[in-house]
Design a protein around this ligand. Structure first.
Ligand code: PMV
Length: 351
C-alpha cells in the first residue's frame, strides 16, 4: 500500500571445519554423507555483513549485491533460502493480520566481506549464514540459530555452521526431508578463549574444482570414500567433540590434521583425481611437523579445505613458536603470497 522500506542488518563469521563435510546424500537439500565440526573465526577478522530490505518501491525482482557487484539470485540454492524464509513470514502474517505483508515484497540484499575477496577463502559459509539471518531479522521470525541453520544449509552446506560462534557440529541427520540435518553448539566461544587460527594465503585464485562438483565425483568414484564416511569420520567426530569439551589441544590437533589428510586422500582417490594441495601447502605441513617435533608435543595443527590455503590452529601461549616460525619459514618460499590473516578462533555472534 505504501513505499515504506523495512530493513535489518546482521553479521556472520567464517568457520573452518576440523572434521570435514565432503559428500552429499541429497544434492538438492545439501544433505551430507557425514557429520562435521568447525571452529568459528572471530568476526573482527573475517565476517560477512548483510543488510536485508524489502519494499513495494523495489523490484519487481529480488536483488543481491556482494561487495558492490550484482549477484545472480536465480540459482536453486538462493531461491530455496528465500522461499523458506518467506513461508515462515507468511505463516506469521496469516496468524496475525495486523502484521505488514512483508512476505510478498521484493527483497534487496546488500553484503560486504571484511576480508579481501581475493584471499581465496571460501566465503559462501559466512555469506549464506548472514543472508539467512538478515532476512529472518527483517521478517521478525522467532527462529533459533538451529532453525536458521536448516535454511542456511540449503544455500551452502558449511553455512549452517556459521549461525553459531565457538565450536559447532553439523549433525548429518537421517530424515529424507533434511529436518534433522542441523547445526548445534558443541561449546561456546568463551569455553576455549586461547585458541587461535592463522590463515596462510597460498593462492588467491578461485578454486579449480568447486566443492559441489568435487563432492559429486568423489561420491561416485572414490573407493576410500565409503570407509571415510562410515568408519573414519564417526570416530573423528567422537574424538573431536571430547577434545573440545576437555580443551585437549593435542587430541584436537591430531584429529584436525588426520581429518584434513583423510579428506585430501579421498580427493586423490577420486577418478580423475582432485588436487587441492600444492607444493606450498605441503611445505606448510612439513613446517608444522617440525614445529611440533621441536616442541616435543603437538602445539600446532594444519587443515586445508578445497584449495591450497592453510589454516593453522594453535594456542595463544605458543604464538611465537607457531606463527613466528611459519612466517619466517614460508617467507623464503616461492609461490606463497606472503599474506597471512590472524584470527582469534572464536567470538560471540550477533543475535
Ligand atoms: O559448503 P561447501 O559446499 O562450500 O563445502 C565445504 C567443504 C569443505 O570446506 C571442504 C569442508 C567443510 O566442512 O567446510
Amino acid at each position: 500500500s505504501d513505499n515504506k522500506i523495512y530493513q535489518a542488518s546482521t553479521t556472520a563469521p567464517v568457520n573452518i571445519a576440523v572434521v570435514k563435510y565432503w559428500g552429499k546424500r541429497d544434492a538438492k537439500l545439501n544433505l551430507p554423507t557425514n557429520s562435521s565440526v568447525s571452529v568459528t573465526l572471530s568476526q573482527s577478522d573475517l565476517r560477512t555483513h548483510t543488510t536485508a530490505a524489502c519494499s513495494a518501491a523495489f523490484g519487481p525482482e529480488d536483488t543481491l549485491l556482494l561487495n558492490s557487484s550484482p549477484q545472480d539470485v536465480s540459482g536453486a540454492r538462493t531461491q530455496a533460502c528465500f522461499r523458506e524464509l518467506r513461508a515462515l513470514r507468511s505463516a506469521l502474517e496469516s496468524a496475525d493480520p495486523s502484521l505488514p505483508k512483508l512476505s510478498s515484497l521484493p527483497l534487496r540484499i546488500v553484503s560486504e566481506n571484511n576480508f579481501p575477496t581475493a584471499a581465496g577463502l571460501a566465503s559462501s559459509a559466512a555469506g549464506f549464514a548472514a543472508l539467512v539471518r538478515a532476512i529472518a531479522n527483517l521478517y521478525e521470525l522467532p527462529s533459533s540459530p538451529t532453525d536458521l541453520s536448516r535454511i542456511a544449509r540449503q544455500g551452502s552446506g558449511s553455512a549452517c555452521r556459521s549461525l553459531f560462534g565457538g565450536y559447532v557440529a553439523w549433525q548429518m541427520g537421517s530424515k529424507e526431508d533434511g529436518s534433522d540435518s542441523v547445526a548445534v553448539e558443541v561449546a561456546p566461544a568463551s569455553h576455549w578463549p586461547t585458541m587461535r587460527a592463522l590463515i596462510l594465503v597460498v593462492s588467491a585464485e578461485k578454486k579449480g574444482v568447486s566443492s559441489t562438483s568435487g563432492m559429486q565425483i568423489t561420491v561416485a568414484t572414490s573407493e576410500l570414500f565409503q570407509r571415510r564416511a562410515e568408519v573414519v569420520v564417526p570416530a573423528h567426530m567422537k574424538a573431536m567433540e571430547k577434545a573440545i569439551l576437555e580443551k585437549d589441544f593435542e587430541t584436537f590437533a591430531k584429529v584436525t590434521m588426520m581429518e584434513s589428510n583423510s579428506f585430501h586422500a579421498t580427493c586423490l582417490d577420486t577418478f580423475p583425481p582432485i588436487f587441492y594441495l600444492n607444493d606450498v601447502s605441503r611445505a606448510a605441513i612439513r613446517v608444522v611437523e617440525d614445529i611440533n617435533k621441536k616442541a616435543g608435543k603437538t602445539i600446532a595443527a594444519y587443515t586445508f579445505d578445497a584449495g591450497p590455503n592453510a589454516v593453522i590452529y594453535y594456542e595463544e601461549e605458543n604464538a611465537d613458536a607457531v606463527a613466528g616460525t611459519l612466517k619466517s619459514a614460508l617467507g623464503e618460499l616461492d609461490g606463497w603470497q606472503g599474506r597471512e590473516i590472524k584470527a582469534q578462533s572464536t567470538e560471540g555472534v550477533d543475535a
